[in-house]
Ligand binder design. Structure first.
Ligand code: ATP
Ligand code: MG
Length: 191
């Protein structure tokens, strides 16, 4: 039986993608090496990574998303500051933070609880809305790490990289290929 790698996420507006693309051009032109930057068309706000699931489970998730997630009002998000997981001195995942109202947190919690109830567990950490921009190679040296930390602290960018009105959430399939992940939308739930 073939498993399907998938996740639930919010797709970004072309305005936000454009401002992230400009920021990425700036970040890529720095001396920082050993980072795998995400192509701007692939940047999204993950609500739940489902991992590799069976076609049956995928179907259940699709129905759950379309029919069982309680009606949530559309809401606004804004793109804020650069940061890193686990922290800026030990950057592994480079991201830009997302400011959002409680509605987003409630929506994420609802999705997490509903999917856990059918046996899909993923992140145990609390939800911290972010857009992953790049991943640091794990063989990065101490000196290279310092350059990345400085880059995150010193890059100049607008306080507001854009805001958008969120009216839908999507279920995506992710195929990992040699040239990176390829995402395709399997279902869309309008808010
Ligand atoms: P690649 O793995 O090639 O770097 P990617 O991480 O963008 O690409 P996926 O690994 O399929 O693609 O991940 C899809 C989404 O789910 C991304 O937003 C990713 O950050 C998130 N994700 C992946 N693995 C996990 C995990 N174990 N826990 C939480 N989120 C995850
Ligand atoms: Mg991944």
């Amino acid at each position: 039986m073939s498993l399907i790698r998938c996740f639930i996420a919010i797709c970004l507006s072309s305005e936000i993608r454009d401002s992230l693309e400009n920021l990425l051009i700036q970040l890529k032109s720095s001396k920082a090496g050993n980072i795998r930057w995400i192509p701007s068309e692939n940047i999204h706000l993950t609500l739940k990574f489902l991992g590799e699931i069976s076609p049956e489970n995928l179907n259940t998730v699709k129905n759950l998303l379309l029919d069982e997630i309680n009606h949530t009002q559309p809401f606004e998000i804004s793109i804020r500051k650069l940061g890193a997981f686990p922290n800026i001195s030990r950057p592994r995942v480079i991201w830009i933070g997302v400011q959002a109202p409680d509605t987003l947190f409630q929506l994420q919690k609802q999705i997490d609880e509903r999917t856990k109830a059918i046996g899909i567990f993923s992140d145990t950490r609390s939800f911290s809305p972010h857009l992953t921009l790049g991943r640091v190679n794990r063989y990065c040296t101490v000196d290279q790490t310092k350059v990345i930390t400085a880059l995150l602290k010193q890059t100049n960018y607008p306080d507001d990289l854009g805001s958008m009105h969120i009216e839908a959430i999507r279920l995506y399939k992710s195929e990992l290929t040699r040239s990176g992940a390829v995402y395709s939308c399997l279902a869309e739930k309008k808010l």
